[in-house]
Write a new protein. Structure first.
Length: 136
């Protein structure tokens, strides 16, 4: 059993001023290039959950994404501050289930659930290298 400080009910708030790097990048995007993209919000979730959880683990462990459910309900313009509110909904052995909501100055942007696994860093890399031995 891994000794950590992640508990049900733990909360965290993460904010980011969005930039053009957070817009949808495609030659077909047209006027959508001023909107914050869903992939950018996913990256914010990864950053926020990593900041929230990994510092509460022994140094040889990290959390990695396992499953995400994201409902992107409202658009947000580049330049807005996106604020994510995360809460640990459940901790089960090596699995942490987070509930999250994102908002900007106009209100809700998205919500969902994000499951992360607690993994030993060395074992994670070993498995990755075993899966692709020819790349080393």
């Amino acid at each position: 059993m891994i000794k950590h400080q992640i508990e049900k009910g733990l909360t965290y708030t993460y904010s980011k001023v969005t930039t053009t790097k957070d817009a949808y990048a495609s030659s077909n995007a047209g006027t959508l290039d001023y909107l914050v993209s869903t992939p950018s919000i996913l990256l914010m979730m990864i950053d926020a959950s990593t900041e929230m959880l990994d510092r509460r683990l022994p140094s040889d462990f990290i959390t990695v994404g396992k499953k995400i459910e994201l409902n992107h309900e409202h658009p947000s313009l580049v330049g807005e501050v996106i604020t994510l509110h995360l809460a640990v909904e459940n901790v089960d052995h090596h699995s942490v289930l987070l509930r999250f909501e994102a908002s900007d100055s106009k209100g809700s942007v998205c919500s969902g659930k994000y499951e992360r696994a607690i993994i030993n860093k060395t074992k994670l890399l070993d498995v990755a290298y075993q899966r692709s031995p020819g790349l080393l």
